[in-house]
Design a protein around this ligand. Sequence first.
Ligand SMILES: NC(=O)c1ccc[n+]([C@@H]2O[C@H](COP(=O)([O-])OP(=O)(O)OC[C@H]3O[C@@H](n4cnc5c(N)ncnc54)[C@H](O)[C@@H]3O)[C@@H](O)[C@H]2O)c1
Length: 348
Amino acid sequence: MKALITGGAGFIGSALARHLVGEGAEVLVVDKLTYAGHLSSLEPVAKALNFTFAQIDICDRAKLGEAFLAFQPDAVFHLAAESHVDRSIERAHEFIETNLVGTFNVLEVARAYWEKLPADRKHAFRVLHVSTDEVYGSLGADGLFREDTPYDPRSPYSASKAGADHLASAWFHTYGLPVLISNCSNNYGPYQLPEKLIPVIILNGLEGRPLPVYGDGANVRDWLYVDDHVEALCLIAKSGEPGRCYNVGGRNERTNLQVVHRVCELLDMHARKSAAHRELIEFVADRPGHDRRYAIDASRLERELGWRARETFETGMERTVRWYLNNEAWWGPLRMAGVGVKRQGLLP
Ligand SMILES: NC(=O)c1ccc[n+]([C@@H]2O[C@H](COP(=O)([O-])OP(=O)(O)OC[C@H]3O[C@@H](n4cnc5c(N)ncnc54)[C@H](O)[C@@H]3O)[C@@H](O)[C@H]2O)c1
């Protein structure tokens, strides 16, 4: 299989690239290398003969088209995006550009390429548009997001992803492009940029800085270990039905405060200095429009494609904290550059 991955130098895209290269697929990563994309995340596969990287902005349709023609993919995993909700509050235009216009380009380039493929390759070709559960909005105390839950995005990030999902769906219905959509809950794991909750808490804890908790810390997310997401993506691209959406989630609902407490326990266990890490917790101003609760019903993916998350929250968190403890060579330069140190997304 020849897989083209957009956004493959980011957190999830690099995990997918490392996995597919390990499985023997031929992989081309296309990435603009924004502040969120790092070749160091691809270092484990950089020298593999079945791996290639191209620095391309998905908003540059001509270059993207050339990459498709030269590489001749069988499948496209579209992950390139601006992905941080806090940043979307201050820089919405970047989210509209990449998440909407960029996705439009990916769909158009894929369509032009797919239409000229010979019949057997055309039949097998797939585009997987990777999206988020945040498009569904916010849940109350009960209920789960299902694939037929109406879209109700609340942040510039989730609105741009919702728009991109609608484009992907339209390209299937109007042009017949074999597109699938996945909507996944919050991921965590190795190589996640230290601007997102779990790595921020791990690294601030290691550095003895305050551990910021937004609002009352009671916002609930459904956490999934990144490699479980990667397995779901491979399964959906291989065996999913074009035109269909698949929710992906770990059945691991936790409040943000519970997550922070768990990180503190693990840091106390593996990197205790003097005081308990919990003493560093600081409640800070809430995010504007902060969605209260997300929770995923992944039963379609489990029932139809046989997917199951391998990691529990406990095993996944243990792996993640240990990885950060052992990989300062990856995150050290990012911290030196100030990633995740300054609070973003507060209104004046
Ligand atoms: N992280 C999560 O919890 C989560 C959950 C569900 C879905 N998703 C979705 O998965 C995808 C990947 O998320 P992530 O957490 O790995 O994001 P990330 O921010 O870590 O990585 C995004 C990557 O896209 C690249 N990129 C950004 N703009 C680009 C452009 N114009 N052209 C080419 N490349 C560009 C960046 O350089 C970076 O390598 C996103 O589409 C996101 O919406 C993420």
